[in-house]
Design a protein around this ligand. Structure first.
Ligand SMILES: NC(=O)c1ccc[n+]([C@@H]2O[C@H](COP(=O)([O-])OP(=O)(O)OC[C@H]3O[C@@H](n4cnc5c(N)ncnc54)[C@H](OP(=O)(O)O)[C@@H]3O)[C@@H](O)[C@H]2O)c1
Length: 375
């Protein structure tokens, strides 16, 4: 009998995970943390979210089987009373903490209040469940980008480094993972580190048009054909269905605990910015992308861009540029040997980018980058 407490179920990744957990025979209940005014609001939010991940008929049925726990990452005990906290801990056999604030534009203290403090609350719940009942697993969703400004191949068992980070989000996730390693060694902890999560491999469907989608969008619209970055920068992307499948099978009863999994395309599967630009060029047509060194751009070209480009186009270019250009100028590689070996018995392999990239672009084109989602 498995009763899971899941956070992040209303998010891009979490909704696919929730649907998979509910399909498991041994899962007798699923409690999910939701920010909501009341139970009806929580259920409506969950339905709205699941409608993006499963068929509408299935979504309603799934929501009926979920128990919402109204709360917030930034409050002690997620804002639950001591009694509600202990009741939740008593019935919980498995905690999966996926909730986080993933914005790149927050300041460090804000990012910590969600990502470090929220992780500490999830660990406290797991520990209480260990004391009161039968906790068997505590699974934590981190990010491969805890590796920050490293530029080499990162092994799954590596964490601490001095290289720094691209933004407060990365740093807060790093600090949360370091905190867990130092303070949660008594818990059956397993860490999952996805890289850049993109839409579903078969349909391209996504609700998240950040990161990789920013350069694709400005490129597709013909606004800007110059990539500010280095052509050979490796980019590691994985489709959301792969991430959810991996989280599903690797968190089942009997799976080992204590490991760290890179849910990534790996050292050989990462592709260069240049090859992604080429694929986008073949798809959208027009002039091929040019590459310009970020430092040269900031010193010499950015002032001209500021003068020549106006309106919403300028906002999209500047904001996206600030947050996403660092990911086009240099990235680590994420070795995924342990994950590949663990997934093999389940018949799951990491999809190759060339197998599904056109599906992502189809979805971008058909929905105008999420503006006209399918009804
Ligand atoms: N997407 C990626 O490319 C990527 C890559 C690597 C790692 N990850 C990791 O994967 C996990 C899921 O990311 P995602 O892309 O699915 O993010 P997302 O779409 O922004 O979803 C975040 C989830 O966390 C919840 N959450 C945020 N603040 C909360 C709060 N104060 N209290 C309670 N819940 C809160 C959100 O609830 P609301 O609906 O109420 O906002 C939502 O359910 C995160 O841990 C992230 O670090 C993501």
């Amino acid at each position: 009998m498995t009763r899971i407490f899941l956070t992040g179920a209303t998010g891009f990744v979490g909704r696919y995970v929730a649907a998979r957990l509910l399909a498991r025979d041994e899962v007798t209940g699923l409690d999910v943390l939701v920010r909501a005014e009341d139970r009806d609001h929580a259920k409506a939010r969950l339905l709205d979210s699941l409608l993006h991940a499963v068929d509408p008929s299935e979504a309603q049925e799934l929501v009926e089987r979920v128990e919402p726990v109204i709360g917030d990452l930034r409050s002690p005990r997620f804002g639950l009373s001591e009694q509600a906290w202990d009741e939740l801990a008593t019935r919980t056999t498995h905690v999966i903490h996926g909730a986080a604030n993933v914005r790149f534009d927050q300041d460090l203290e804000d990012a910590r209040s969600y990502n470090v403090f929220g992780t500490q609350q999830a660990a406290a719940l797991a520990r209480r469940a260990l004391e009161l009942g039968g906790l068997t697993r505590f699974d934590w969703v981190g990010t491969a980008f805890v590796a920050g400004l490293r530029r080499d191949a990162v092994a799954e068992d590596e964490l601490e480094h001095q290289a720094g980070w691209k933004n407060p989000y990365e740093q807060s996730k790093y600090e949360a993972e370091v905190w867990l390693r130092k303070n949660a060694s008594d818990l059956p902890l397993t860490v999952f580190r996805p890289s850049i999560v993109v839409g579903e491999s078969a349909s391209g469907a996504t609700t998240n048009f950040g990161m990789l989608y920013w350069p694709i969008r400005i490129y597709a619209k013909g606004w800007w054909r110059t990539v500010v970055g280095a052509a050979n920068t490796p980019v590691d992307i994985v489709p959301v269905d792969f991430v959810a499948d991996a989280l599903d099978v690797l968190t089942r009863p009997g799976e080992p605990v204590g490991r760290t999994y890179h849910l990534t395309s790996g050292v050989d599967g990462a592709v260069s910015i240049q090859s992604l630009a080429q694929l986008a060029n073949e798809y959208f047509g027009g002039r091929p992308a040019r590459f310009v060194d970020p430092e040269f751009f900031m010193t010499w070209l950015r002032p001209a861009v500021d003068l020549l480009i106006w309106g919403p186009k300028r906002r999209v270019l500047r904001q996206g540029g600030r947050f996403f250009v660092p990911y086009m100028s240099g990235n680590p590689l994420f070795d995924n040997t342990e994950t590949v070996n663990a997934l093999k018995p389940h018949g799951i392999a990491v999809p190759q980018v060339s197998q599904y990239f056109a599906n992502l672009l189809d979805y971008c084109r058909d929905t105008d980058f999420g503006k006209n989602p399918p009804s």
